[in-house]
Design a protein around this ligand. Structure first.
Ligand SMILES: Nc1ncnc2c1ncn2[C@@H]1O[C@H](COP(=O)(O)OP(=O)(O)O)[C@@H](O)[C@H]1O
Ligand SMILES: CC(C)(COP(=O)(O)O)[C@@H](O)C(=O)NCCC(=O)O
Length: 148
């Protein structure tokens, strides 16, 4: 597991000592669930927004569009709208899945970090914005180690 995911979970657990969902919306998007007993339930790794946008532009034939960082999830009527709204629509779907899982696993706290955190919040994620979550976890582990 990536050290960023681990440190973010450490920080979340230190803060709440309760079940947590941690979303790191960075170059890749990671979603991790920690149960009420502090164990890692599991998680997901997804392509990040920039990655998906680049892939649509470079890997799909004849898709030319300028990225528009909007949160519109209505069906589009031009290539640009379809691609831009599609990326927002996909993210909104991920947000719904996270809320569904949090309810199913009895997770009361959702935290979000990373460069696209505000985009997830704008698309309905009910989470606490924690920009320094990975570094907070790293700091906690370093302090613990120094006390050994
Ligand atoms: N000014 C910016 N430069 C690069 N990425 C940005 C910027 N603003 C927002 N982003 C978004 O942030 C994401 C990268 O997040 P970040 O947390 O910095 O990545 P990493 O996980 O690699 O540390 C990109 O996918 C992109 O969509
Ligand atoms: C999945 C990641 C690339 C996400 O990193 P990021 O895009 O946030 O920089 C990183 O957590 C990583 O390298 N993980 C290793 C594989 C794993 O976590 O299972």
């Amino acid at each position: 597991m990536g050290a960023d995911r681990w440190h973010a979970m450490v920080a979340a657990w230190e803060r709440f000592q309760q079940g947590c969902a941690i979303i790191d919306a960075g170059s890749a998007v990671t979603v991790d669930y920690v149960g009420g007993d502090g164990t890692h339930i599991g998680g997901f790794i997804l392509p990040g927004l920039r990655m998906m946008r680049r892939s649509l532009k470079l890997d799909a034939a004849r898709i030319g569009f300028d990225f528009d960082d909007q949160l519109n999830t209505r069906p589009g009527n031009t290539t640009g709208e379809c691609a831009n709204h599609g990326l927002a629509w996909l993210t909104e779907g991920v947000v719904r899945q996270i809320h569904r899982d949090a309810a199913a696993y009895g997770i009361p706290n959702i935290l979000v970090t990373g460069g696209d955190a505000k985009r997830f919040l704008g698309l309905g994620l009910k989470a606490e914005y924690c920009p320094g979550l990975v570094l907070d976890g790293l700091h906690h582990v370093a302090v613990q180690d120094s006390q050994l």
